[in-house]
Design a protein around this ligand. Structure first.
Ligand code: GLU
Length: 489
């Protein structure tokens, strides 16, 4: 049994972001590789930015991606995640320990006083750090401030922790991805760990939880590097073992700016709603910063897990190439089990009365139209002619492929043949269509593909689309007859 324990700790202030999905994946892969545990923790200490809908979206998206977490409070046979708002009674105990050890102090400054300090720093063109005004307050002074009705926040004393555990103010750590990282802790002001309302701040709650959950490795985005120095000092002050950290490069849009809504979808659920398959999404995000050793990019989660090594993850930023995702999604659509694909396609076909077709026929439709598409929502247009009685002709099709004398002759002859066709047998239909084409070629020298364009145009309103045998079989005799006759003028 491995001692490796990792976590994904999203803040539910939005739907699960594709970048968070990648962080979750890299944690998951890292743990799976060594038989470790992967934990989900919802970081919802900021009640105003939290919503249950976002929490549900995070669960559903992680599960849909196959990134099921390994433990948590039992909720009826399933694991719920750890949720910080349900742990509010835990954090003050650890703040108390820091107060007692002298690594934290009560701060009675009002927002106005703090604002004034900040303005002063701005005026003097200095980076703002808290003045430490409250660090050495006597018990008497504190009692007086309390009597005034002031409620203290608790601040962490950066300098005291640094002096106790590091020779130099320059604190280092060895990042799993980026190697040596360091920061002058003299530039970090004494930060609040418990707000005056009794709730913990992010940097404190995250350390207490990671410590209690025995998280051994913290893999997250590089936007958290500056927090890591604060967190290391808190671990040390609490007398806890400092976990290993690995910071991943950011995911940027093709224009190298931060990936945002203006570039396209950013939440996993948005991609799914647009018709991306979760299998393709997870494969795609794995390649943002990691490369398979054999160069084969299309891989299942299990195959990726076999090959994944965190120290091989690139420390630089990755570009989110929507075109590549489209290509990859198309690959997954092409090879997915047809029953599974049909199920996934159904939500995209809600415009049609799916009861018009048996399940078997619907599967044939999807199998015959999946080849060129990149996202499932493309199907809606591509399967249109399989539903309803009438069709809409694409522009120019009627004039070029239906209304000519030659086309009319083909259609009339086709109409006369329909009764003899075996509509329940795709193979037979292929043979019959082949005979039909040959007849026009031999009798009138009409190219087989021209003959087929005419039939296709009459039955679908288009000159390209699914296999003709499938079209005939799925439409059935009545519809084929109806549409052919309607095309004859
Ligand atoms: N809750 C933090 C976030 O969503 C992540 C914290 C962490 O990974 O340490 O950015």
């Amino acid at each position: 049994m491995s001692d490796i324990r990792v976590r994904i700790a999203p803040s539910p202030s939005g739907n699960l972001h594709i970048g968070t999905a990648r962080t979750a994946l890299f944690n998951y892969l890292f743990a799976k590789k060594v038989g470790g545990k992967y934990v989900l923790r919802i970081e919802d200490t900021d009640a105003e930015r939290t919503s249950q809908a976002y929490i549900d979206n995070i669960f559903d998206s992680l599960k849909a991606l196959g990134l099921n977490w390994d433990e948590g409070p039992d909720v009826g046979g399933e694991y719920g995640p750890y949720t910080q708002s349900e742990r509010f009674d835990i954090y003050p105990k650890y703040a108390q320990i820091l107060l007692e050890k002298g690594f934290a102090y009560e701060c009675f400054c009002t927002p106005e006083e703090l604002e004034a300090e900040k303005e002063e720093a701005t005026k003097n063109k200095l980076a703002y750090v808290y003045s430490k005004k409250c660090e050495e307050l006597t018990e008497e002074q504190k009692a007086k401030l309390r009597a005034e009705g002031r409620k203290p926040a608790i601040r962490f004393s950066v300098s005291k922790a640094q002096k106790a555990f590091h020779e130099s103010p320059i604190v280092h750590f060895d990042d799993l991805v980026k190697g040596d990282l360091h920061q002058d802790t003299g530039l970090i002001g004494d930060f609040v760990i418990m707000k005056s309302n009794g709730t913990p701040t992010y940097n404190f709650a995250v350390v207490v939880d990671d410590m209690l959950m025995k998280i051994s490795h913290i893999i997250r985005g590089e936007d958290h590097i500056s927090n890591t120095f604060k967190q290391i000092l808190i671990y040390e002050a609490l007398g806890a073992e400092v976990p290993k950290f690995g910071h991943l490069g950011m995911i940027l849009a093709p224009d190298r700016s931060k990936l945002s809504k203006r570039h396209g979808a950013t939440a996993v659920s948005e991609f799914v709603e647009k018709g991306y398959l979760t299998e393709a999404l997870i494969n795609f995000v794995a390649l943002l910063g990691w490369a398979p050793s054999d160069g084969v990019e299309i891989k299942t989660l299990d195959e990726i897990a076999q090959d994944f090594r965190i120290n091989e993850v690139s420390s630089s930023n990755s570009i989110f190439e929507y075109d590549k995702l489209n290509w990859m999604n198309g690959q997954y659509i092409k090879k997915m089990d047809i029953k599974e694909l049909t199920e996934k396609a159904k939500p995209f076909l809600s415009k049609y009365d799916l009861t018009e077709l048996t399940e078997e026929k619907l599967e044939k439709v999807i199998a015959a139209t999946r080849e060129p598409i990149t996202i499932l929502s493309d199907l809606e247009k591509d399967v249109e002619y399989f539903f309803g009685k009438d069709i809409v002709y694409d522009e120019g099709v009627k004039e070029e492929n239906i209304d000519t004398e030659q086309a009319q002759n083909i259609l009339k002859y086709f109409a006369s043949q329909i009764d003899s066709y075996d509509f329940d047998n795709e193979e037979k239909l292929h043979e019959q269509l082949a005979e039909f084409r040959t007849y026009f070629k031999e009798q009138f020298g009409i190219k087989p593909k021209v003959t087929m364009w005419t039939i296709r145009a009459a039955l679908t309103g288009r000159t390209r689309g699914a296999d003709m045998g499938v079209i005939l079989e799925v439409l059935g005799k009545e519809k084929v007859k109806y549409r052919t006759e309607k095309a004859i003028v």
